[in-house]
Design a protein around this ligand. Sequence first.
Ligand SMILES: Cc1cc2nc3c(=O)[nH]c(=O)nc-3n(C[C@H](O)[C@H](O)[C@H](O)COP(=O)(O)OP(=O)(O)OC[C@H]3O[C@@H](n4cnc5c(N)ncnc54)[C@H](O)[C@@H]3O)c2cc1C
Length: 500
Amino acid sequence: MSKRLVIIGAGIGGLGTAGLFAKKGYDVTVLEKNATLGGRANVFEADGFRFDMGPSWYLAPDLFEHYFNLVGERVSDHLDLVRLSPSYRIFFNNDPEPLDINSDIEIDSATFEAIEPGSAKRLRAYLKQSEYQYGIATQHFMYKNYDTIFDFFNRRVMTEGQKLSVFSKMHSFVSRFFKSRKLQQVMEYTMVFLGTSPYDAPALYNLMSHMDFNQGVFYPRGGFYELINALARVCEKNGAVLRTDSPVAEIIVENGVTTGVCLADGEIVEADIVISNADIWFTETKLLAEKWRTHPQKYWDKRVMAPSAFIMYLGVNEKLPNLTHHNLLFSEDWRKNFDDIYKDPCLPDEPSLYVCAPSVSDAWVAPDGKENLFVLVPIASDLKMTEDEKETYSDRVLALMEREMNLPGLREKIVYKRLYTVDNFAADYNAFKGSALGLAHTIWQTAIFRPNNVSKKVKGLYYVGAGVNPGIGTQICLISAELVYKRVHGITSAEPLNSI
Ligand SMILES: Cc1cc2nc3c(=O)[nH]c(=O)nc-3n(C[C@H](O)[C@H](O)[C@H](O)COP(=O)(O)OP(=O)(O)OC[C@H]3O[C@@H](n4cnc5c(N)ncnc54)[C@H](O)[C@@H]3O)c2cc1C
């Protein structure tokens, strides 16, 4: 008889896990509290616009391909990936000249050289280092479950650690290569993807530059949610049952062993193994009785949270030729921007922000002649805002975009607007402190120091998703799915699996 496995939550980690175990022959049921699958990678439609609600950067295509291969599929059978050109555009406050990154070393090094003489050569050296680190990380570190400090501080880390820059900070590392503020910002902005600041992140994360500069930036035609549709197809093809509108209220534990879950309406779903993809703080403190928690609430109170986000989904009644698919606006006072998020939480006056305009490359996501905009301002998690404050802030951000991104009259052109922020993340996804991304990637919340994917107190209970190893990001949550698969099957290797 096949083993019964229940997965709580249909985020990328939950769906990814369901696909692997269903393929292996387990009897898999996924229970998702919301009406739609995908978790933070969700979607909604309004007035002819189709808005991806969360992720929009399809980076590291090799990691997605690896996952699909494990479940016997090819990405190209499911997704029509477009390589974006330019990859993204950066606007700088009080500077009329935006800068395009093309993920083409000849073009990008010329762009760098024009800003800082001598930097073309240094860019090549930097990207070589990023590529090396990416290779080491993906082949030897990211696909490994860590149990003891000795697993992490082994000979390989100690010998490679210096080369891998595990022990220095991102900003000092970048400053060794580039002196101009602009170029430093270009190399550091990806730290926001990891929910941390370049002043706190280990320099190891310069491997992110390998993804956007060397590998390129991709977009699944139809929108990012096509990835969720693909993962759901793989699950169902292998027999997994995906249930929406099914909030779990309790993980049932008998004599230290889980026997299943109880839904909010009292239904019991029995299981031999329970894997929770819900926010790990929520799982531990709300779904388990106190004696079965691996960590008490005070452990969570001490965690450093990644930012939340102030998001605007906008329908605009005309095309905006000044924008490309991905656009970033960087504020002049970079450090203050990060302090507003991490040190002295407040709404940034002059925020750095991100604008995705998928309708630039995909006619399907907006009515003819209109533009679909996703505007994201990273803000501190747990920040409280009244509805009036949200409206006022939205107007301020739009005014900033009009001025600094050369979008005159933008506010008059908006035909659809929805705001989404801290309280929405908390309500929709049970997110601790309403964080958009979960636990930040500080050095003390990386690898062995991130919560483990197996309960210390309850046999048969596991965790998957951004809150455990390796952490935040869609493709990274698919690695988390593979790690929980390895954990259940007692596989201790450091390398990605060749097959399941
Ligand atoms: C605005 C935004 C932009 C992002 N941009 C990118 C990007 O461009 N590229 C990228 O790679 N990554 C990006 N990310 C990060 C990435 O989206 C996340 O790291 C990833 O989607 C998290 O997946 P997860 O597996 O941790 O699950 P989650 O998405 O957190 O899903 C957990 C699921 O559990 C469900 N759940 C919670 N409680 C219960 C319960 N009691 N019962 C049943 N179900 C429950 C929730 O409803 C949810 O569906 C972005 C994230 C956000 C928010």
